[in-house]
Every structure is written in C-alpha cells, then in structure tokens.
Design a protein around this ligand. Structure first.
Ligand code: PLP
Length: 381
C-alpha cells in the first residue's frame, strides 16, 4: 500500500511523547507560585502535537485553562470533554457569538462592538460570559492601547452579560532576553492593572507571561501564565538560562530507508545535480519530501540519524523523496529507521537545529512537521 512499509507503519511519522509533555508541565508548574494558575496554549493543534491528546494529558495533570486561537478549536475541545476555561485568543466574530455562549468559551476582546454584542446575546440566553481584555503594552499586535482603557472599562461595566475574567498582554522580546524592554512593558501593564483595579470594574486575573517570560522573569507571572513552546519541550529563546535544558522535547520525526545503493565518484544526485559525489558513495533513499514539511530549503544542509550516527542529506529534496549519504554508516540498509528530528541512541537532532537549517524558529518546525504528518502517540492513547 502506498506510503506504508512492510510492517504496516506509515513511511514517515511524527512521534509524540506524552510522558515528556507531562514532565514539562510539572517542570513549569514547579516554577509558579501557589497563587499562579497556568493557561496551557494548545492553539494550532497544540503546535502540531495534536490538540485533543495534549489537552487530555494536561487536564490529567490538573491544568484547567487552555488557550486556543479560534472558536472552532474551543468547540473541538469542549466536544472532546475538556473542562475548565477555554480562552479564544483571536476573539469572536458575529457568526460565532452563539457558539461562544453554547460552549462556554472565553473570548479575548479588543473591539467594543464585540463586547456589546456578546453581552446582549448572553443576557437573552440568561448566562454571563467571561472575557479577557487584551491590552497592547508594546507588542504592536492585537489589543487596545492603554489610553483607551477608561472607555473600555465604561463599556465593560455597562454590559451586564459579561464579566472581566482576565486582562492580558504579550511580550515581543522575552525570548530575546531583552530584560529592560520586558521590565518597561511589565511596568506599563502594572499601571494598566492599577487603573482597572481602582475603577469599579471587578477583574479575576491578569496575565502576560509566555514561556520565555515564565522561565526568565518569575516576578512577571501575575495571576496566570501562558506557556506554549516550553510545554512541548522546545527552547523558548536562545541560551541555557532558567534550566530550560531540563525540558524534554515532545515531538520526533521519523522515516525509514526504502533503498540503498552504491554509486561511483562523480555521480550527480537529484534535480539539478546540486550535489555530486566526491568519492564512491553509498546513498540511501528516504520516502519523505517537501510535501511532508521536509522543506527544499533543507537540501544539502540537513543531517539525519541512522544507526545512531549522523548522515548528511545530499542533493535537492524532492516532493516525496530525499537522499542521504550512508557511506560512513556500516550496515545501513533498507528498512532502517531514520530520525529526521529527535533522539537516536546518544545523539539528538533538535527542533532548534532543524530550524537553523531552515532559517526559521522551532515553533514553525513543530507546527509544520506535526500538522502535515501522521502522529503516533507514546504511550498510546
Ligand atoms: C497570546 C499568546 N500567549 C501565549 C503564547 C505562548 O507563547 P510561547 O509559545 O512562546 O510560550 C502565544 C503564542 O504565540 C500567544 O499568542
């Protein structure tokens, strides 16, 4: 059958280690004060790790707040039995107002008309909806500006169908270790919170910290933190700070060799002959290509693990096929498991290393590999 090997396995697959995920959430929880809650960011299919499996494992670990990008993801979580708060980062549009109420989701708000419409429909339905007010304290993305706070507070107080479950902001520099900028932004957030708390507007919690800020700046945890990438065991920025090397990568990406052959020196490999062998070589063919997220930009840059050793990728990566050089790996043969990302024996190819080869960040690597390939869960769910 196309795409399957002799053992009935997919010819390439992503492995998700749920024990590593559990380890990471405990590692992060250990760094929080007793009063600080965790909102686990599971948007974009949990960064490619599979939103439902991840949310279930996190719920088992006591997590009771989840962050998604869109209402549809929130619905999926609820229908899968996920309890607690589900915060929708991109807010609500007119057509999903009923869903927000029906599925008890908490949208982020940054437009007055969303607040008004939500409140009105909530009142008709006889419920109150929690919303999180997004304040742009320097991210330059979603959110109202601090000077607009009074007008929004007036609206929030007037509209009785909603309550302010949270006030949130986001750091653009925490992963870069720009301590001064984060500090300035956190001070601005403190001013915003002060303004809100001294007004007549009750608010449940304040949250601003992503993974990097959680690990780097314990004094910026506020009432709730919002980790994403660190849950998945990836580095939340460069450097070995805050013991983030104790996180365990959750995702691996694997395939198997489908052919091995000996070629003479001077053989051109793949489209355009961007690699020509400089010695008699043993080449292995992998059933993986840019259609599976193993992007063409990795051509002649990437390395993979075979029998615990690194093998260089050679020639252009094709849509479904990639060549590697196994000349220096004795015994390499068809059927051998190949680790494109992850641990094999004593070596590891990290998402960060792949990201460097791709010229991008680990977030993009795990989203790409995880969302394009079949996921296998360990231990099985
Ligand atoms: C609003 C918001 N909070 C938290 C996060 C989690 O960030 P990180 O993955 O860096 O922990 C994200 C991710 O993009 C986000 O958009």
């Amino acid at each position: 059958m196309a795409g399957m090997d002799a053992k009935g396995m997919n010819s390439h697959w992503v492995e998700i280690d749920l024990d590593a995920l559990r380890h990471n959430v405990r590692f992060l929880l250990d760094r929080l004060g007793a009063e600080t809650k965790m909102l686990a960011v599971v948007k974009s299919n949990a960064y490619g790790h599979g939103m439902l499996q991840v949310a279930r494992a996190l719920q088992d670990e006591g997590i009771s707040a989840f962050g998604v990008a869109e209402v549809e993801e929130g619905i999926e979580l609820r229908e899968a039995g996920i309890k607690g708060d589900i915060v929708v980062f991109l807010g609500v549009d007119r057509k999903s107002l009923d869903d927000v109420i029906h599925y008890d989701l908490q949208p982020v708000v940054f437009e007055k008309n969303h607040i008004v419409e939500l409140s009105r429909i909530a009142l008709v339905t006889g419920v109150r909806i929690g919303v999180h007010l997004k304040v742009d304290t320097g991210m330059g993305r979603l959110g109202i500006l601090p000077e607009d706070i009074p007008a929004y507070l007036a609206t929030l107080r007037r509209e009785k169908g909603i309550f302010l479950a949270g006030v949130m902001s986001h750091f653009p520099h925490a992963d870069l270790g720009e301590g001064r900028l984060c500090c300035e932004q956190n001070n601005l957030f403190a001013e915003v919170m002060q303004k809100i708390r001294t007004s007549e507007t009750p608010v449940t919690g304040a949250h601003i910290a992503n993974s990097a800020a959680i690990l780097r700046y314990p004094d910026m945890h506020w009432d709730m933190v919002r980790p994403g990438i660190s849950l998945y065991g990836c580095m939340a920025g460069e450097g070995d700070w805050a013991a983030q090397d104790q996180l365990r990568p959750v995702m691996s990406f694997k395939t198997r060799i489908i052919q091995v052959k000996n070629v003479p020196a001077g053989s051109g490999i793949s489209y355009g002959y961007t690699y020509v062998t400089d010695r008699p070589s043993r080449l292995a063919v992998l059933p993986i290509g840019y259609n599976d997220g193993y992007l063409r930009v990795l051509s002649n840059r990437a390395e993979v693990l075979v029998r615990g050793q690194r093998a260089p990728q050679r020639g252009r990566i094709c849509m479904n096929v990639t060549m590697i050089d196994v000349t220096d790996i004795p015994g390499a043969c068809a059927g051998d498991e190949v680790t494109l990302m992850g641990q094999q024996q004593g070596d590891r190819i990290s998402a960060e290393e792949v990201a460097t080869w791709m010229g991008t960040i680990n977030y993009e690597v795990v989203c790409l590999f995880g969302n394009l390939n079949k996921r296998l869960y360990l231990p099985e769910t």
